[in-house]
Write a protein that binds this ligand. Structure first.
Ligand SMILES: [Zn+2]
Length: 105
């Protein structure tokens, strides 16, 4: 996980994960309150995680032979589960860029 470039405080997985699920919300360093934005790379990784979740959901749909209503539940559960799983995994590769407050006025 990336460290704060100002105070070397490490971002936690929970912090990164929560920010990701809040539509790539700006991360605040827990120690010095420096703000960080998600990079384009994170958004790409997030998109891939969701795509993989959908692919696994479709696979479950194709492979499981049950009645349609049960399959819909399985499809949803598998898609959500795998999207979460892949997004936790990709959170480890997320990078952030510091928001320069001075140039932001
Ligand atoms: Zn900091």
């Amino acid at each position: 996980m990336q460290k704060c470039s100002h105070c070397q405080q490490k971002f936690t997985l929970g912090q990164v994960f929560k920010s990701f699920w809040c539509n790539y919300k700006t991360i605040l360093c827990a120690n010095c309150k420096t703000q960080y934005n998600h990079t384009t790379k994170n958004k790409t990784l997030g998109g891939i995680s969701a795509a993989l979740g959908v692919i696994f959901g479709s696979l479950a749909w194709a492979l499981i032979e049950l009645d349609k209503s049960t399959k819909i539940v399985i499809l949803l559960v598998v898609t959500i589960l795998f999207t979460l799983l892949f997004s936790v995994f990709s959170s480890y590769f997320f990078t952030f860029e510091r928001v320069d407050v001075k140039n932001h006025a």
